[in-house]
Design a protein around this ligand. Sequence first.
Ligand code: 3IO
Length: 335
Amino acid sequence: MRKLTALLAASLALACLTAATAMAGTTLTYANFPPAKTFPCIQMEHWKAEIEKRTGGEVSVQTFPGGTLLSAKNMFRGVQTGQADIGCISTSYYPGVFPLMSVVNLPVAFTTTEVASRVMWDLFRKYQPNEFADVKVVTMFTSAPSQIMSKEPVKTLADLNGMELRASGSILQILSGLGAQGVGMPQSQTPEALQKGVVKGLVSSFDVLKDFNFAESCRHETITNLPVYPFAVIMNKARWESLSPEIRKAIDDLGQEQAVWTGKYLDQHIQDSLNWSKETYQVEVHELTAEEHARIKELGAPLVDQWKTEAAKAGLDADAILADMLALKAKYEAQ
Ligand code: 3IO
């Protein structure tokens, strides 16, 4: 009898505990570095809504845009150490840290964000790169092809001479080949740098004209179609392993969809942003000549060989990765 009572008490306690856990649910913190209006945060809110819906409210996601939980450069470490459960990183801010996925930052002339984001996700799935071994990768996506936004007009490549432009990753090297002065910093520091005159413009995608209101100070936009910036959304590994199989499945099922959703959103939004900038600030869009585009391409070529050398040093099959990326790009461009 006493045994039975003890058993009953134990199962009651367990039932209460289970109920309490279910009621309390699981809260995941999600850190992001740029302001709430920008596309990395728009996709974060979309992911939050989807996961909350798909887990029937069992998971709630608490989002922290604008570097309020982790800044751009603390993001990777901060997620590894569990300061945030989830974080969004722009991989170009971490030179040498992502020898495989930095292939997506090469000048291979991606034409849309959707294609670049699909390619990035597929490459990640195929190679499961060691550089992300310490974290769980939730999704990946890219920015749109990069353009010059500047205070003074860049009507020809010669106008770039000595011009300080904010950028990051492979674009810095292309800029220096063009005679410009690339200044490396995260996007989240660009407003202050522009305002103080430390830089005279930036190289990024056109969404930022509206979302950071850069159109107000950068009235000149030059179409260069420079590389995309790759992004990864990562989760603390121990936190991931603490989640139920159902929650993990909901997150895994969303990985590719989220990459595609973000790509489509940004492709549309860069158009909206450019139109808004023309109407609001009468920005001018400058086109370069075919010869100038050829010159940009020529300056990009050595970056591919440089990437290969770095990738080989990291023990990667650089030729296979590059060939896969180009094949995936061709496949998705044909669709
Ligand atoms: C970017 C980064 C943060 C917010 C909006 C953005 N649009 C394009 C980018 C890419 C970029 O310039 C970067 O540094 O990641």
